[in-house]
Design a protein around this ligand. Structure first.
Ligand SMILES: *Cc1c(COP(=O)(O)O)cnc(C)c1O
Length: 299
């Protein structure tokens, strides 16, 4: 296996949005070939010995950041990568782009339809979006980075905010931050918002990974129901505003919803708030293309 060097700890910067100061953890800079939090979730597979494995199998959306990161993981290990998805549109089939194109370049074998029996000793199965217990390995390391930074910057009470899909990242981050600050004066509260489904869905996801609810992050719902992956001009405008004010590119699927919740709750997030930039920029290629096709007058 090729040696993989992650850029750890990922840097923490200060940014100002609408006149309010936030800390920003740049997990998007963790590795040039992996996507932000998917690298954290897959860290376990980079660290442990999987030399008996010949094939990686997973499933989910055909533009997902997780799919792309898994294709990188398979490639560097010399594994086959088989990925199941519901449907590939005519358009994508004819014009592969974004995560899909890059994953194909890395040798992904994409299969339309339901996942088959995978009872094979040399096959590694990873759940959709990396929603697995193994994700805890990389997120414990991330929690350690944050607590070390908190101590050296003398911040007693810290809020962490990150938008959720499966909720895996937020859950394990809260769990390890709680364990690391247990019995000492530091306090860390992790807040998240559901970008896929609603709070009930997210709580269900949390419970599957960790039954003890004292380790669950706080959930704030968006003011409005957004359907995952759908295009909303107001979300695009938040993304554009962030790029203008911070000179940082955020992801277009999760971050605009995250920031809208954050900026609507400044009573909580007005100070000592750390936002996690979870990467996903390769996914922006297909999102931007769709935005430009739908709204001709975009900046
Ligand atoms: C996957 C992803 C998320 C959601 O992570 P979960 O652990 O599934 O909640 C958020 N932001 C970006 C950019 C992602 O790629």
């Amino acid at each position: 296996m090729e040696e993989i060097k992650l850029n750890l700890p990922t840097p923490i910067e200060t940014i100002i949005v609408d006149g309010v100061s936030f800390f920003l953890k740049r997990d998007d800079l963790i590795h040039p070939d992996f996507s932000g939090n998917k690298t954290r979730k897959l860290h376990y597979y980079l660290q442990k010995d999987f030399s008996h494995i010949k094939k990686l199998v997973s499933y989910g959306s055909n533009q997902s950041n997780a799919m792309y990161s898994m294709s990188v993981l398979a490639k560097i290990n010399g594994w086959k990568f088989e990925y199941y998805t519901d449907h590939i549109s005519e358009f994508l089939n004819k014009n592969p782009h974004g995560n899909y194109a890059k994953a194909l370049e890395n040798g992904m074998n994409i299969v339309e339809g339901k996942i088959q029996d995978i009872e094979n000793k040399d096959t590694l199965f990873i759940n959709e979006g990396g929603r697995d217990k193994e994700a805890s390995f990389g997120l414990e390391i991330m929690a350690n980075e944050i607590v070390d930074w908190q101590v050296s910057n003398n911040i007693q009470e810290l809020n962490i905010f990150l938008p959720s899909g499966t909720g895996t990242t937020a859950l394990f981050l809260q769990k390890y931050c709680s364990l690391l600050t247990f019995n000492n004066p530091l306090k860390i509260t992790v807040y998240t918002t559901p970008c896929v489904g609603n709070s009930d869905y997210l709580i269900k996801q949390f419970n599957e990974l960790e039954p003890n609810s004292i380790y669950h992050p706080n959930i704030l719902e968006p003011q409005k129901k957004y359907h995952f992956g759908k295009l909303y001009k107001e979300l695009y405008n938040i993304w554009l505003k962030l790029r203008k004010q911070t000179s940082t590119e955020f992801d277009l699927l999760y971050d605009p919803i995250g920031w809208s919740v954050l900026l609507n709750n400044l009573d909580i997030f007005g100070r000592n708030t750390l936002y996690i930039h979870q990467g996903g920029l390769l996914g922006n290629i297909s999102m931007l293309e769709r935005y430009k096709r739908k709204y001709k007058d975009l900046e």
